[in-house]
Design a protein around this ligand. Structure first.
Ligand SMILES: NC(=O)c1ccc[n+]([C@@H]2O[C@H](COP(=O)([O-])OP(=O)(O)OC[C@H]3O[C@@H](n4cnc5c(N)ncnc54)[C@H](O)[C@@H]3O)[C@@H](O)[C@H]2O)c1
Ligand SMILES: [Zn+2]
Length: 396
C-alpha cells in the first residue's frame, strides 16, 4: 500500500513574456502598448539612448494620453542602482517601469520594478542579449563582477523591439547578441542530457528545448547575412530573423531550457578585470567554446563553431578576451568563480572539476588560433586599452 508521505513530483515548466512585438518603426506604437499596462510609466535609460528615442516616445505617449518621465540609468545593474530606481518609482507614483536600451538598463528596470511592486516592460534598442524577455536580472558588484541572479515571479508584460533602431546601432551589438544566443542551444541540450533544472524551475518542456534549437538553426542560416546588412543599417528578413532569435527565442530558450557551462564561464570571466572590455555575448562565446571542449564534443563540431563565430567577429581566443598572457593565477580566479557550487556549470551531465575547466579554457587559445589560420582569418588581436567597458556608439 502506498504511504502518505510527500511524493517527489517531477515538474516541467515554461515561462514567457506576456507580449512580444517586433518590427521596423514599432517604437512609435510604444504608448499604445504601454497604456494597456499602466498609466504613469517611468522610462529608465541612459543619455545615448534617450537622445535617439525621446522625440518618438514623446509623440507616441502624447497620442496614447500617457505622461513621459525619464530616469537616468547609472550604467551598471547593481543592487544599489536597483534600489535607487525603485525609490524613484515610489516617489513619482509610477505604475510601470520601462527598461530602454541594452541588457543592463533592462535588468535594472526589472529589479527596480520588482522591489517597487510595479509591472515592467523591456524596450531593447540593441539585440545584444536575451535579457529583455527573461524573468530574471543579473546583478553585478560596483566593479562589474558577477554577483548573483535575481529571479522574479513573472516575465516582462511587454517586450517591444524596433528593428530599425537595432539596425542603426553599431554591428558589434548584434554580433554579441548572436554569441549569447548560440550558447542557448549548447547549454539547453547539455541540461537536457543531465535532466537538470532550468532557470524557470523544474525540468525543461519540449517547447523550451525546441525554442533553443530554433534559435540555433535561425542563426546558422541568417547570422552572416544579418551582420552584413546591419553594417549598412539595413533591415532585411535575415535581420528580423536574427533579432527574434537573439531576443525572444534565445530568451525563452535559455530560461525554459536551462544554462550550463557557457554562462558559468562567462560569470567566471567577469571576476577578472582583463575581460571587462568585452560585451556579455562576447564573453559567453569564450564560454561556449570552453564548454564544447569540456564536454568532449567532436573536433569537427568544435572547429565549425569556432570558425563560424570567428567569421561573425566574436572572440574565439584568450588573446581577444584580454587573457592572452594571463598567468595561471588569473585563469584560476576565473575558473574558481565559474565553478562555485551555485553555478550552472554543475548542470553539465558529468562531475565538473576545476582542473578540467582550467585546461579546457587554456585550450581555447591554440584552438582558436589554428582554426583562424586554417580558415584564412586574420590573427587574433589583443584588446586595446582605450576600449570602453561595453560597446558604445563609438565602436562600429
Ligand atoms: N537577465 C537576463 O536574462 C540577461 C541575459 C543576458 C544578458 N544579461 C545582462 O545584460 C547586460 C549586458 O547588456 P548589453 O550587452 O546590452 O550591454 P549594456 O546594456 O551594458 O550596454 C549597452 C550600451 O549600448 C548603448 N546603446 C544602446 N542602444 C544603442 C543603440 N541603438 N545605438 C548605440 N548605442 C546603443 C547604451 O548606451 C549602452 O552604453 C549584462 O549585465 C548581462 O549580465 C542579462
Ligand atoms: Zn547570456
Amino acid at each position: 500500500m502506498a504511504e502518505t508521505t510527500a511524493t517527489l513530483v517531477v515538474t516541467r515548466s515554461l515561462i514567457a513574456p506576456a507580449r512580444y512585438v517586433q518590427g521596423r518603426g514599432v517604437l512609435a506604437d510604444l504608448g499604445r502598448y504601454v497604456a494597456a499596462i499602466g498609466s504613469t510609466p517611468l522610462i529608465l535609460t541612459d543619455d545615448v539612448v534617450r537622445q535617439m528615442t525621446e522625440s518618438t516616445i514623446n509623440e507616441s505617449f502624447r497620442q496614447a494620453g500617457l505622461p513621459t518621465r525619464f530616469e537616468e540609468f547609472g550604467g551598471t545593474p547593481t543592487a544599489a542602482e536597483a534600489r535607487r530606481v525603485a525609490d524613484a518609482i515610489g516617489e513619482h507614483g509610477s505604475d510601470v517601469v520601462i527598461g530602454l536600451g541594452g541588457g543592463s538598463a533592462i535588468d535594472t528596470a526589472k529589479a527596480a520594478g520588482d522591489e517597487a511592486g510595479v509591472r515592467w516592460v523591456s524596450v531593447p534598442t540593441v539585440a545584444s542579449t536575451d535579457a529583455p524577455t527573461s524573468a530574471l536580472s543579473v546583478i553585478y558588484t560596483p566593479d562589474g563582477a558577477f554577483e548573483s541572479y535575481r529571479f522574479y515571479s513573472r516575465n516582462p508584460d511587454l517586450v517591444l523591439v524596433d528593428t530599425q533602431l537595432v539596425a542603426n546601432a553599431p554591428v558589434r551589438f548584434l554580433v554579441a547578441g548572436i554569441g549569447d544566443a548560440l550558447a542557448t542551444w549548447i547549454e539547453a541540450r547539455a541540461v537536457q542530457r543531465a535532466s537538470g533544472p532550468t532557470m524557470a524551475g523544474g525540468l525543461a518542456t519540449h517547447a523550451g528545448i525546441a525554442l533553443a534549437r530554433v534559435s540555433w538553426d535561425i542563426l546558422w542560416e541568417n547570422a552572416l547575412p544579418a551582420v552584413e546588412a546591419v553594417r549598412q543599417n539595413l533591415v532585411t528578413p535575415a535581420v528580423e530573423a536574427v533579432v527574434e532569435a537573439n531576443t525572444l527565442l534565445s530568451g525563452m530558450g535559455f530560461e525554459s531550457g536551462g544554462l550550463a557551462g557557457a554562462h558559468a564561464i562567462h560569470d567566471g570571466l567577469t571576476a577578472v578585470p582583463h575581460t571587462h572590455h568585452l560585451a556579455h555575448g562576447e564573453k559567453v562565446n569564450i564560454g561556449s567554446i570552453t564548454q564544447l571542449v569540456l564536454e568532449g564534443a567532436s573536433s569537427t563540431e568544435i572547429r565549425e563553431f569556432v570558425e563560424f563565430t570567428a567569421r561573425l567577429g566574436l572572440p574565439t581566443t584568450l588573446t581577444e578576451a584580454g587573457l592572452g598572457d594571463a598567468d595561471e593565477e588569473v585563469l584560476r580566479t576565473v575558473v574558481a568563480a565559474a565553478t562555485v557550487p551555485e553555478e550552472t556549470i554543475h548542470n553539465l551531465p558529468f562531475q565538473v572539476a576545476a582542473d578540467d575547466v582550467l585546461d579546457a579554457l587554456r585550450s581555447v587559445e591554440s584552438l582558436g588560433r589554428s582554426v583562424r589560420a586554417e580558415a584564412g582569418l586574420p590573427e587574433p588581436q589583443a584588446p586595446e586599452e582605450h576600449l570602453a567597458k561595453v560597446p558604445t556608439a563609438r565602436m562600429a
